[in-house]
Design a binder for this molecule. Sequence first.
Ligand SMILES: Cc1cc2nc3c(=O)[nH]c(=O)nc-3n(C[C@H](O)[C@H](O)[C@H](O)COP(=O)(O)OP(=O)(O)OC[C@H]3O[C@@H](n4cnc5c(N)ncnc54)[C@H](O)[C@@H]3O)c2cc1C
Ligand code: FES
Length: 337
Amino acid sequence: MATIKLQGSDQAFEQEPHHDCLLRAGLHAGIGLAYECNSGGCGSCKFELIEGDVVELWEQAPGLGERDRKKGRKLACQCRAVGDVTIKMRTDDQCRPPVVPRRFPATLERRHSITDDIIEFRFRGDAPARFLPGQYAMLRLPDSDSPRAYSMSNLPNDDGIWEFWIRRKPGGRITQRLFDHLRPGDRVTLDGPYGMAHLQPDSPRDILCIAGGSGISPVLSIARGVLLDPRLADRRLHFFFGGRTPADICGADQLRALPGATERLTFQAAISEPTDGDGWAGPAGFIHDTVAHTLGDTIRNHECYLAGPPPMVQATTRMLLLEQHVPQEQVHFDRFF
Ligand SMILES: Cc1cc2nc3c(=O)[nH]c(=O)nc-3n(C[C@H](O)[C@H](O)[C@H](O)COP(=O)(O)OP(=O)(O)OC[C@H]3O[C@@H](n4cnc5c(N)ncnc54)[C@H](O)[C@@H]3O)c2cc1C
Ligand code: FES
């Protein structure tokens, strides 16, 4: 067991020799280490090694720039301690896990096609599924040492069910194995929940959900939470989905089937690559433009949740924060690196 000390604080935590990384060992211990993606992409988990040794799991991770590397900085989500270490790393109360994550085995129960390139994977774990709508888990295939982040699309439950809407990435190493080889009865390891872009049930505002592509999964969980949580029964829900073609549009059927959806839900989609003959009669263009056009000045009266690829999140947060002046604390997002 390695002990990880945080320089300049009295906090320390243990990391098992084969625990996958420093970051998740710290979050498992309930410590608010700064992070966002858990996947080497965002750079939020940078640290400096003061004493001891670490193994770098992905030396070329894009979350570190040249300047960082020259200064000897590393990513806690891509490093494992070898023996006791002291590190200098930012902690943040907002990153303290509201539900302490844990690692556990899970079995694939069902796979179900949602679109041509999105499948819903339903796993059953060994205990009740505890998470907040909007959070994600790390999924590790047997014999792989490289987990991937996937956001839950369902709601927390006592039956231990974890559902994910996963989009096939052309040439992607893990999605190829998930889509082509994983069958009901197969076992994986899940580790979670993680993420800060979760439903805030105490906010009095109506809710705006914006999803791009596979970003549908966490936003669907949030929308399900809004429609089913009795504390939110008087909130309206505006759901916007951006895809490339009409075949990408999904989520509406699942949401419209929920109680109260007829009165409380509006669902609007936009596609960015319309073609002659695709039969699309809705808005064409990027989803953030459709949101701005549809809601106008009323946007700032909403609690806003968004998820999708970094360019979509960047364009949408720019629209919300800079053009519509939505207060930052009302905007919650996950970038899918
Ligand atoms: C917070 C979060 C939530 C996400 N939720 C969803 C979701 O709900 N649905 C969905 O479809 N996708 C989601 N993603 C994207 C998902 O995690 C994968 O990036 C995607 O499925 C492609 O994986 P791949 O292995 O097929 O592609 P690849 O191109 O093989 O790998 C892509 C990703 O794997 C990581 N990676 C690459 N190389 C290495 C390495 N050597 N070591 C460690 N990591 C490496 C990087 O993060 C990279 O972006 C989410 C991503 C994040 C960060
Ligand atoms: S949390 Fe480590 S790079 Fe994003």
